[in-house]
Unconditional design. Structure first.
Length: 299
């Protein structure tokens, strides 16, 4: 990569952060990878990362006349417990260029363009970074917060690589194997997960939420499957083919069946307008019109 590629990545990174309302707290662009600490927005992190990486890959391939994948594997993502790890992660990420020998100390890092540190201390204008949120961890008044942040960053220069901050799991979350052995000697147990950096309670809370989401997704999948079976059964009963129903025919019998099915799929199966439209081969606005015309459907 050269500076043109890096500039494209950072520009795309910033514009997507604004568009998707993703809060960027720390980042460092290295020679062949990047570190990012973010709070995902309304579109979620997968959408943000997919658009960022795909967009950059297309730009890079066109510019360099190459084809194929630019990134070898899917990005690695870890959920972190904010109170325990936020400040340490900001420091770890922003010191990456120094550890790699690209930037020479904190003073050089202040104006290093391929890292979020310069924006936090006010030397570089990356307005899309959530600078205020980061500084709030160091004080209410900006000038004092910037000084404390800079001091905090400087104190991490001799820490070297921090393997406990690059993944989840029990050993990392507890602060090392010694702590794990200690709590085991006392007969205590701590829930852990390789995708999560945080305490046992934090892991439990996240996994419970994930289980609930998975159950909802499974239930929604069953609803759609049952709805499809209902559509097939009604078509067979009326001697109307699925293809004719989905072709948008205005035949009276087909139109009546489509209208009845729209009501059934929404009222009895709980499908959304969009999913009902997909199953009936029409637009969501057409579904809305069918519902408004059907006297059996409550507004």
């Amino acid at each position: 990569d050269d500076d043109i590629d890096r500039e494209n990545f950072v520009k795309r990174f910033g514009s997507l952060a604004v568009e998707t309302k993703t809060r960027i707290c720390a980042w460092a662009l290295m020679d062949n990878h990047a570190h990012i600490l973010l709070k995902s927005g309304e579109y979620g992190m997968p959408c943000f990362m997919r658009r960022l990486l795909t967009g950059h890959a297309i730009f890079y391939n066109l510019r360099h006349g190459r084809h194929g994948h630019l990134f070898q594997n899917r990005y690695k993502s870890i959920v972190c417990e904010e109170d325990a790890y936020f400040m340490e992660l900001v420091r770890y990420i922003h010191l990456n260029p120094v550890r790699a020998g690209i930037a020479k100390g904190v003073t050089d890092l202040d104006r290093y363009p391929w890292c979020g540190h310069g924006a936090i201390v006010g030397k570089i204008d990356y307005s899309w970074m959530d600078r205020e949120y980061v500084l709030r961890w160091f004080g209410k008044r900006e000038k004092i917060a910037v000084r404390r942040y800079s001091d905090f960053i400087g104190k991490g220069l001799d820490q070297g690589n921090r393997p406990e901050l690059v993944g989840g799991g029990l050993i990392r979350s507890m602060g090392g194997w010694g702590v794990v052995k200690s709590i085991r000697r006392h007969g205590e147990k701590e829930l852990s997960d390789e995708r999560i950096l945080g305490s046992g309670d934090f892991v439990k809370e996240l996994l419970s939420g994930a289980d609930a989401a998975a159950r909802r997704q499974f239930e929604n999948g069953n609803q759609v499957k049952n709805a499809i079976d209902q559509v097939k059964a009604e078509c067979e009963k009326q001697k109307i083919s699925i293809s004719a129903l989905l072709a948008g025919s205005r035949n009276r019998d087909i139109s009546r069946l489509r209208s009845d099915l729209a009501v059934t799929l929404i009222r009895e199966f709980g499908l959304s307008l969009a999913e009902t439209a997909r199953q009936l081969g029409i637009s969501t606005s057409a579904v809305s019109k069918l519902l408004s015309r059907n006297k059996d459907m409550k507004e």
